[in-house]
Design a binder for this molecule. Sequence first.
Ligand SMILES: [Zn+2]
Length: 264
Amino acid sequence: MSYKFVGNVIISGIIECMTGLHIGATDEAYQIGGMDNPVIKDPLTGYPYIPGSSLKGKLRTIMEWAKDKIDTGKPGGIHECLDKNCPVCRIFGTGADNSNKRKTGPTRILVRDSFPTEKTIKKFDILKEQKGVAAEIKTEVNINRITSKPLSGPRSLERVPKESEFNFEIIYSVYDIDDKGSVDVENLKDLITVLKLMEESALGGGGSRGAGRIKFKLHKEVEIKQVADYEKPHVPCEKTETKDLQSIKAEDIVKTIKAKLNIN
Ligand SMILES: [Zn+2]
């Protein structure tokens, strides 16, 4: 068996929040006198962002369900297997031990943290000035079913306001494992389907209560780079125009990638 790096496919664009978005901060980020339920923010700027781990985790979960891979025998139903052609394990990776046993090479996907666009930063600055925080504060109450009065004091949580936009980037690496890279390129179709399913799911908390609906707008050109391309000075491709993910045909992207990487 031989392993060979074939190239990187760079899928980038904008994530638009169609509703408020709540990706909770960790305990360390809690501040005295602060919110009970803050959203995660970049400590340097105070602006909310979308951690790559949150998006990657959600995409993996969606793929596990879509590919009927939920493992009811394991805690949390998390899937991990030794099948070298399993798209979930191949794309999203497995623990180091399993990865050695499966001999399928490294995790194919890398999801960058998504930071706000210039336009959204301006909106965050206004919020910061008006409310002291770059987020909306949402209040939720639990209602007494008989009296219709609130059961307990309202609970407030921060959300990234709807229409906020974040720059996102996913790097998908193609490896030749005695297959010229064809398996990885074909699996990319599944990943695009999963991104589409993500739009009808929810990112972060409070999904069943209206939060977390996002939309992907992809840059028109999917960048495909081989080692030789990195040896030359980089000419960034046009990244102004975007198109809705749902209008994209995965088959077309795969065809372009195969042509560029010489895969039949
Ligand atoms: Zn698997």
